[in-house]
Ligand binder design. Structure first.
Ligand SMILES: [Zn+2]
Ligand SMILES: [Zn+2]
Ligand SMILES: [Zn+2]
Length: 724
């Protein structure tokens, strides 16, 4: 039994389908949409499949109960179709080839057209429910089409508003929204030749994207060939960004709104009806659901828990991540300039700077002891897009953080503890002014970073050096990269108030393609050391352990080293620093250091410095196996002598070093959490990741994050600024 029952309170129809209760319980792993199920052909790209248990039918019988004076019912005339996006059970829409998604768009159009030909159909509604959060247990990629014998209430409500707007202004409402969102820019998600995607001003979901053609098209049926291709491309990019944003399949409802068909009361709706797709994603964070609950369902009074001007930045960051994965720095630069234009408007072409993160391959906790360190710049980077303004304002936004930095050229630079990246910007402005930066006009900038936050690969140095590089270029200040790096350190030491050595800024500023940077921290001399990895990957593994002890222990270790140095100087008055000692001389004098833990600290420093020299020899000989051995020895020393590893880093070390594909591994950074760095043969990477991940979870209860990195050159200008 299936029928429509009229709801006189809302003046719309309820579809009643008692037969749906008779759905059989299907075997758990059986999928009717997979080839071999007996339900679908053996091979297909996209497929229309008639719903086995439709609530609407073109052969619907008469209603069950006779009408009463108050209540009316009607046959449930219509059709329910399933649209299979692919024959591959685990495929995701964005993973399908462009030509494949075009076939999907064509199928939507073909079915809409075919169903429209039945005069009893009033509205053809393609939609997709995706994810368990919206009740879908079957991951096979598919959507549905409902062809109703009536125009559904939400569509009626939209059409009434569009009509009223048209009567008032002579404009299509969606055309006006498109124009307004483009003008404002701060809610745009992406666009291509024919389509826009944005978070409308009023949308009720944090990521409630609306997709609309730029040209006025009343229906899906009115799209031309280019628009069909562009719709396919946009849906591909958008759903890719969705899935990337929280690094999980992103649940949503996707609905198509366009002109009704065969509906006499909407016969003239063309001028004010504008095809669009609305997304209703129920997530507000990776695992936080925004429920459509009492107020939304019961009162149609939506409550969006986020400002869409903020949530849109998360989407744009996901788009940039996607661009970087596909097209590298160049793609990031052009997308970031689009973001800049959306946030600040058209004007002079902004410059784009790429400032890499770094990992220290070996030489840990000896930078402040005058030692040798061997960092390498990584392809995870901070990007900065900036141009001068016409006034004296300075505005900067960061896609990785909510809120904007705003000041005027003459304003005092203040340290704002609440938003740390503001401090790096203020700090750099401060030291650059000291170095001769004179600003005739302000600037507007946007930052984006794919550096894993809090993992100890020095996102702060990347930000400082990137700002220095960008502002020198923008204002014509002739400082070289070495000078910029020194200013970055000065800003961090004096303005931000973190005492750091010069390693991070030098690695970010001075690294060359295909090389690690050997830095003598006592003399600031550097040398490029070939870093030829061939089939070996640099793998960062984040413990995902909060680094609570790091700061206090860091200061404690520095003090212990100072103590050791002071004691040794009594016997060796000319001793510059601990790293000027060779191992033999140190061991001759080690007995002078009475405190055994202070002595252990000093022994680590001296031996670690020697290991760096050995590691350099190994790299120059192209001997990665030896480099790996020195890395392991470094970790053991940091664990046993310097005591800065902690159980999480040790767990990763123990697990990684036993893997056959792992040449070397050690903690990197200050310790007590953060990351390890490993050299792993690319061939064995999947097994390495699976086993280390599983073992770490068993030992610590935490899930580690893996970042497979490439060595990269230091800071560089990707695009220079030009006048219009
Ligand atoms: Zn399947
Ligand atoms: Zn329009
Ligand atoms: Zn709509």
């Amino acid at each position: 039994m299936s029928e429509l029952r009229y709801n006189p309170m809302l003046r719309t129809w309820t579809m009643v389908g008692a037969n749906r209760q008779g759905r059989p319980h299907l075997p758990k792993d059986w999928c009717p949409f997979c080839p071999g199920s007996g339900k679908v052909p053996d091979a297909f790209d996209v497929l229309k499949y008639d719903n086995d248990f439709p609530i609407l039918s073109l052969e619907a019988g008469p209603p069950e109960l006779p009408p009463s004076p108050l209540y009316k019912s009607a046959p449930a005339t219509g059709k329910c179709e399933v649209i299979l996006y692919s024959s591959i059970h685990q495929a995701r829409l964005h993973e399908l080839e462009q030509a494949h998604v075009e076939k999907l768009v064509d199928l939507w159009i073909e079915r809409t057209s075919a169903l429209s030909r039945d005069p009893r159909i009033r509205y053809v509604f393609p939609f997709e429910n995706r994810g368990e959060e919206v009740g879908v247990t079957m991951p096979h990629p598919h959507g549905q089409i409902y062809a109703y014998g009536f125009v559904p209430a939400k569509v009626e409500a939209e059409l009434a508003s569009c009509r009223a707007h048209f009567d008032e202004t002579g404009h299509c409402l969606v055309c006006d929204m498109n124009a307004e969102e483009r003008r404002f820019g701060g809610r745009m998600v992406m666009e291509n030749e024919s389509f826009l995607a944005y978070l409308p001003f009023f949308t009720d979901y944090p990521y409630g994207v609306m997709v609309a053609p730029k040209a006025h098209r009343p229906s899906l049926l009115n799209l031309d060939g280019q628009e069909r291709r562009d719709l396919a491309a946009l849906l591909k990019s958008l759903t890719a960004a969705f899935d990337r944003m929280f690094e999980r399949p992103f649940p949503y409802m996707m609905v198509f709104h366009h002109a009704p068909v065969n509906a006499p009361n909407h016969a003239d709706c063309g001028p004010y009806t504008h095809f669009h797709i609305e997304f209703y994603p129920p997530l507000r964070a990776k695992d936080k659901i925004k429920w459509y609950a009492g107020s939304e369902m019961g009162a149609w009074a939506a409550g969006n828990v986020m400002r869409v001007e903020d949530s849109v930045l998360h989407l744009r960051r996901a788009v940039l991540d996607e661009q970087k994965a596909k097209g590298g720095d160049e793609a990031v630069a052009s997308e970031l300039r689009r973001v800049h234009e959306d946030l600040y408007g058209k004007g002079e072409r902004p410059l784009v700077v790429c400032s890499p993160s770094r990992v220290n391959l070996i030489g840990e906790h000896i930078d402040y002891n005058g030692g040798l360190v061997l960092p390498a710049a990584l392809d995870r980077a901070t990007y900065l897009c900036a141009r001068k303004r016409d006034d004296d304002r300075i505005i900067a936004r960061n896609l990785n953080f909510d809120g904007a930095f705003e000041m005027r050229i003459g304003d005092a630079l203040v340290k704002d503890a609440a938003t740390s990246w503001f401090n790096y910007l203020s700090g750099m402005l401060d030291v650059l002014k000291g170095a001769g930066l004179s600003m005739d006009r302000g600037f507007e900038a946007v930052f984006y970073s794919d550096v894993p936050a809090g993992s100890g690969v020095s996102s702060s140095a990347a930000v400082e050096v990137g700002i220095g590089k960008a502002l020198c270029a923008l204002y014509g200040l002739p400082l070289d990269d070495r000078r910029i790096a020194l200013l970055g350190q000065k800003a961090e030491n004096e303005f931000v108030g973190v005492s750091c050595g010069i390693m991070d800024q030098f690695a970010v500023a001075l690294s060359k393609q295909g090389h690690a940077l050997l830095l003598n921290c006592a003399t600031q001399e550097t040398r490029d050391v070939p870093l030829v990895l061939h089939d070996v990957a640099l793998v960062l593994i984040n413990t995902n352990k909060e680094r609570r002890l790091a700061d206090s222990k860091y200061n404690e270790r520095r003090a212990e080293c100072d103590t050791a140095l002071a004691i040794l100087r009594q016997a060796l008055p000319d001793l510059r620093d601990l790293c000027s000692l060779d191992e033999a001389t140190f061991e001759q004098h080690a007995h002078l250091i009475a405190d055994p833990s202070v002595c252990r600290r000093a022994r680590h420093v001296v031996c670690e410095n020697a290991r760096v020299k050995e590691a350099v020899k190994a790299l120059e000989a192209g001997d990665l196996l030896s480099l790996g051995r020195w890395m392991k020895a470094s970790h053991e020393s940091l664990r046993d002598l310097y005591e800065v590893t902690g159980e999480h880093l040790d767990a990763l070390f123990d697990l990684a070093k036993d893997e056959p594909s792992c040449l070397g591994t050690r903690m990197t950074g200050a310790g007590f959490g953060g990351c390890t760095v490993s050299l792993v043969q690319k061939q064995g990477l999947p097994n390495f990741v699976a086993r280390v991940s599983k073992g770490y979870e068993q030992r610590t209860g935490l899930t580690p994050a893996f970042h497979v990195c490439q060595a990269s050159p230091g800071v560089r200008l990707l695009v220079s600024s030009v006048k219009r």
